[in-house]
Design a protein around this ligand. Sequence first.
Ligand SMILES: C[S@@+](CC[C@H](N)C(=O)[O-])C[C@H]1O[C@@H](n2cnc3c(N)ncnc32)[C@H](O)[C@@H]1O
Length: 293
Amino acid sequence: MSELSNTWQVSVTLAKEMVEATDAAFEEAGALAVTTFELEPDGVWSVAALFYEQPHIDTLQAQIAQALGATAAVMPLAIEEVAGRDWVAETVEAFPPLPIGPFWIHGSHVGPPDLDRIPILIDAGIAFGSGEHATTEGCLLALGSLRDRGFHPANTLDMGCGSGILAIGAVKLYDCEVLALDVDPASADFARDAATANCAAQRITAMAGDGYATSEVDARAPYDLILANILANPLIAMAPDLARVLKPGGITILSGMLSSQADAVQQAHQAAGLTLVERGDLRDWSTLTMMKG
Ligand SMILES: C[S@@+](CC[C@H](N)C(=O)[O-])C[C@H]1O[C@@H](n2cnc3c(N)ncnc32)[C@H](O)[C@@H]1O
């Protein structure tokens, strides 16, 4: 078929915990592409799959139900014929590569261009961290700024790794070891795959775990660098634990806070023995770089 032939889109609305299995079931059924996105902040997601040929909708519905287990209530699948479009051009337009500091963030539909930047390959998916959000961007800029200051960590913790974008950036900049942790197991899996896709799997250990209660965090301490793009309140609550596992002279990059919350996050970390090195403000969000001691 030509790239501009008609295709069939099948979509379903469901809870976040069903997204991964549904995505896999669509792929198993021969989908050309599967996209997932959050419809509402309380965990309602949409999964849409594209097929070259019109799929048998009842068979597909049964396959999804089987993948999710007998007790899961699955909304009826919606199907529509989609007029032929230039998918490659549209995907490139919707997800253009992002030049951020020393990095070039791109999906697999766009090869890294010949620029003097470090490529990070991240495809759209269920985990947070495509590079588009100001907090991720702030952390990547801060990583570049640290390198320019001559900082060179050997042992890094990425607390709340999401897609693994910061862990990958740290490995590509510093060739350091990274423990990439996320409370969401699907994000930890995503980060592991992203590390492999970026030839960084040997340096990155991606795992599921809830903050500093995770035993592996203590087992690998102390850290030269801790990346934590979470939210203001968890950052404040975690400040004493962060300080405990950070080496004297070690650095943390904190983000996920609105600019109006940055002073409170800074104060909580000052109370734990850290001092401010740099603050970046981007589109209402702030990123703090702080040093222990
Ligand atoms: C804003 S995203 C940041 C993702 C990525 N690091 C980035 O900079 O784009 C925050 C991530 O922290 C994770 N998270 C939230 N609380 C956590 C906790 N207590 N322990 C580990 N991860 C946590 C979330 O699941 C989410 O993936």
